[in-house]
Design a protein. Structure first.
Length: 549
């Protein structure tokens, strides 16, 4: 992080220039001196100002002979006013204006504007140089944040830029310097994904009434220090007017009464406890909603590849699956996803086959956490659950003849639940390659789909409308097969699957049409113009919240 030492970026030792015509050269002389001092760490630490994109700022000026970008002969250029207007309105893009020096730049530019005689601040080359550095830093930081956001790519989102992004941002700044265009250059960096633009539009409506300048206490949950948490909770309740600011710290009985009254008023489950439900409600402030929207806008920026014409999209916090076919949703279903301790992973894959009346081979993670402890207590546990213990070659093993006490991290067998109406996978499963051994499937607990919170599985995705999904997938597959053979589309495959289901037969149907499958994590989106914010079921938003202060 590069630092420019000054008093809030304003108080400087003036280096006065006698004539406006000499100012540009003076700035060009001053900028490299400032950059060299910064890189050498020779500026005092007190009263310092941070540059968000220091290396990129230095590279830009090196390539441009350290010439000023935003002023000419002691006059602020029109493009500078355009950039400042964009910064002030940056919230419409999910950006915080203060990250781009909004207040400081306003004060600096006002100082130049107030020098009507041209004998004061306008003659100060150091002040001009610092202001130029700040404006350039703001421009390049906005470009980077609009293009790639503030989140780090992971194994799911691999960014393969054909053009060096830093070179791209510098090229855009040079184009802006030449043409004076700000907004169009920035908008050219935004993602093309339709979800990004619908969410951004909904953000505009949210900002019309949002109160972002009000400071609220954020409650971190789960907490490590109960005393500190209760202190923060009481402060937050005072902000809501539920406890008087004059009141001292309430005792446990008083606090329970306050929370009980609050829960009744908010329509929450009334138990007088400050659990996750209470914390989520109190954290649902306008500033926090803005952060959640900004985080999700940035998630779209990690999706650099265009979406295919046809795909299956599962949004884990939204508890839904959608099938997209040429920009239209042709099928939607409620889903059940993994519990917080057994999360459904983010992934990109494609359907490989459909299985009727599948068997469930229980993953090792479930065996270690749940089944092995039960077997150590009672080897008859498997029979009670309808599970079979098999060798990897498929031979049946008697669990009473196994010394379970010697196993801790796994077992040299597989545990399988046979197919049938009571199978945990239901009567149909959708397979796709992934390293997590998860899939989509029906369930024998269909009553759970009525729940509002549906993070209930061991990691696989249970689909309420599994039958509609199966018929859609098989229809597409039949159509693709017919197109390849130039025959009329047939329904033999669908009829066969219906027959196998009616006879409760286990069959595997390979798919010729590998429909892409995406498991994603979006806690904010816009549906038909309405902003929806979902619970942060896996704490992914909370984990990156500090990047959006």
């Amino acid at each position: 992080m590069l630092l420019l030492a000054c008093n809030s970026g304003e108080r400087t030792e003036p280096e006065l220039v006698e004539k406006p015509v000499l100012m540009d050269d003076a700035i060009a002389d001053r900028i490299p001196v400032l950059l060299q001092k910064i890189q050498a760490g020779k500026l005092p630490a007190q009263d310092s100002l941070e540059l968000s994109s220091p290396g990129l700022v230095a590279l830009f000026y090196q390539q441009n002979q350290f010439r000023a970008v935003w002023s000419k002969e002691e006059h602020v250029l029109p493009v500078t006013d355009s950039l400042l207007r964009f910064i002030i309105a940056a919230e419409a893009y999910g950006l915080n204006p203060e990250v781009y020096h909004a207040s400081l730049l306003q004060r600096l530019l006002q100082r130049f504007a107030a020098d009507s005689t041209g004998t004061g601040d306008k003659r100060n080359s150091v002040l001009w140089a610092r202001t130029d550095l700040l404006l350039t830093d703001a421009y390049l930081s906005i470009a980077r944040h609009l293009h790639r956001g503030r989140l780090s790519p992971d194994s799911i989102f691999k960014i393969n830029d054909s053009v060096n992004p830093d070179a791209l941002y510098i090229r855009l700044l040079n184009e802006t310097k030449r043409t004076g265009s700000i907004t169009s250059r920035f908008q050219s960096l935004e993602p093309l994904h339709a979800g990004y633009h619908t969410l951004k539009k909904a953000l505009g409506g949210f900002l019309d009434t949002a109160r972002l300048n009000v400071s609220y206490t954020y409650l971190h949950y789960p907490y490590k220090d109960s005393i500190l948490f209760v202190q923060s909770l009481v402060k937050r309740l005072k902000e809501e007017g539920l406890i008087s600011w004059q009141q001292s710290m309430p005792d446990s009985v008083q606090l329970k009464e306050v929370i009980t009254q609050f829960q009744k008023k908010a329509g929450l489950t009334v138990d007088g406890r400050f659990g996750q439900q209470v914390v989520a409600w109190l954290n649902n402030t306008d500033p926090e909603k803005f952060r959640r929207i900004a985080i999700n806008l940035d998630r779209y920026k990690l999706m650099t590849s265009p979406m295919p014409d046809r795909y299956i999209w599962v949004n884990l916090p939204g508890y839904y699956m959608r099938v997209w076919d040429h920009d239209s949703i042709v099928l939607e279903s409620r889903v059940i996803v993994g519990k917080s301790k057994t999360r459904t992973p983010l992934l990109s894959s494609a359907l490989t086959d459909v299985v009727t009346y599948p068997q469930w081979t229980i993953p090792n993670s479930i065996i270690v956490k749940e089944i092995l402890p039960a077997l150590k207590r009672n080897p008859g546990y498997l029979a009670q659950k309808g599970y079979m213990l098999l060798t990897w070659e498929g031979e049946l093993v008697d669990p009473f003849l196994v010394d379970w006490s010697k196993y801790t991290k796994g077992i040299p067998y597989k545990i399988v639940q046979g197919s049938g109406d009571d199978n945990a996978l239901g009567i149909l499963k959708f397979n796709f390659h992934n390293k997590y051994s998860v899939y989509m499937h029906d369930t024998n607990q269909r009553y759970l789909f009525k729940n509002q919170s549906r993070a209930l599985s061991h990691g696989c995705v249970r689909v309420q409308e599994w039958e509609k999904l199966a018929w859609y997938v098989l229809q597409v597959d039949s159509t693709v097969a017919a197109e390849k053979t130039m025959n009329r589309p047939g329904w033999v495959q669908r009829d066969s699957v219906r027959a196998w289901l009616s006879r409760k037969e286990r069959r595997v149907v390979p798919l010729k049409s590998r429909i892409p499958v995406y498991f994603r994590y979006f806690t904010a989106e816009a549906i038909k113009g309405s902003l929806l914010i979902y619970p942060d079921i896996y704490g992914e938003d909370a984990m990156v919240r500090h990047l959006y202060q």
